[in-house]
Ligand binder design. Structure first.
Ligand SMILES: Nc1ncnc2c1ncn2[C@@H]1O[C@H](COP(=O)(O)OP(=O)(O)OP(=O)(O)O)[C@@H](O)[C@H]1O
Length: 306
């Protein structure tokens, strides 16, 4: 089956204000897609519409072939949700909470399997309220997958977690995706998108400005990064390069690397300096992300590579 999620020309308005404006994308079976974007870009609004909590003002939205606003019990069982904030029952143990929720679904996943997937088998009999924040987030994930869903929507699943807790959450998400679950997650962590996702979509100012792979986004449509820490008492650089020096490091993004390297080489040869510390390469995912969310003209650089 293709097109687990299908969104065409989605717009959501609150009065005169468009929270999402003309967004289109398709997500195929088994994909793991990260949605990035600054605060207020429209990520949660888009997820809420996919989850059926809100209706679009205009546009076409289908999840597993259904209009989310009309999806019945059977459809809802196929769609797992982790919302941005957690509101777990704190009194029951992990295993009891999973059992109770499992009874709500026609085809629940065995509780033992869920405990393995969320890496909480050792804490199965611990009361939810005494778990750490990271463990509680994995219980959220457990409740989202106890019904054995085909598609999973995760809204900032690791925000506020420490690096170790985030990695354990990532491992759970990867296991679920390996088991065939299609996953759409929102995140503010570039390393999370880079580590987990085979596709990244960037929403900025309510529009989809990139739909690509982490590698293609990093390649940045041909942009390169030149970085050179200046040696102690380095002679003055030519003005074309000196304007890119900050804290004694020459650092610049360019789509024409040859003239930059030519100027640098001429300068180094003239002063008999070595360029062993010179780094030339693609921008980091964060640099690429910032370049598209901060300046509209870069939009065209990130055409679809998916
Ligand atoms: N119910 C609402 N009424 C009016 N405006 C809303 C409503 N819900 C969201 N908005 C506005 O729509 C815009 C998009 O919000 P949304 O929560 O989707 O952004 P986001 O990308 O998820 O942000 P964050 O990263 O901060 O979670 C924001 O400007 C927000 O204030």
């Amino acid at each position: 089956m293709t097109g687990v999620v299908s969104v065409r020309d989605l717009t959501k308005r609150y009065g005169d204000f468009a929270a999402v404006d003309g967004v289109s994308f398709e997500i195929g079976e088994g994909q793991l897609v990260a949605v990035l974007g600054p605060n207020g870009a429209g990520k949660t609004t888009t997820l809420e519409i996919l989850e059926g909590f809100a209706g679009p003002t205009s546009g076409h939205v289908r999840v597993l072939g259904e209009d989310p606003l009309r999806g019945g019990r059977a459809w809802r069982a196929q769609v797992g949700l982790v919302l941005q904030s957690t509101s777990l029952e704190t009194e029951p143990t992990v295993v009891d909470l999973l059992r109770v929720f499992g009874r709500l679904y026609p085809n629940p996943r065995p509780v033992a399997e869920v405990l393995e997937l969320i890496d909480l088998a050792d804490d199965a009999r611990t009361r939810v309220g005494t778990l750490s924040g990271g463990q509680q987030r994995r219980v959220d994930l457990g409740l989202a997958i106890i019904g054995n869903p085909d598609v999973l929507f995760l809204d900032e699943p690791t925000t506020g977690l420490d690096p170790e807790a985030r990695r354990r959450c990532w491992a759970s998400v990867e296991r679920l995706n390996d088991a065939g679950t299609t996953i759409l997650l929102t995140t503010h962590y570039l390393d999370e998108a880079d580590h987990l996702a085979d596709r990244v979509m960037v929403l900025s100012a309510r529009r989809l400005v990139a739909d690509t792979t982490p590698a293609a986004m990093r390649a940045g449509g041909g942009l390169s990064v030149v970085r050179f820490p200046l040696p102690v008492e380095a002679p003055e650089l030519p003005p074309s390069l000196a304007i890119h020096v900050s804290d004694r490091v020459l650092s610049l993004h360019t789509d024409r690397i040859e003239p930059v390297l030519a100027d640098l080489l001429t300068w180094a040869q003239h002063h008999r300096l070595e360029l062993t510390a010179l780094e030339v390469g693609p921008p980091s995912l964060e640099e690429a992300y910032l370049s598209i969310t901060h300046s509209e003209p870069h939009d065209a650089l990130f055409a679809s590579h998916v």
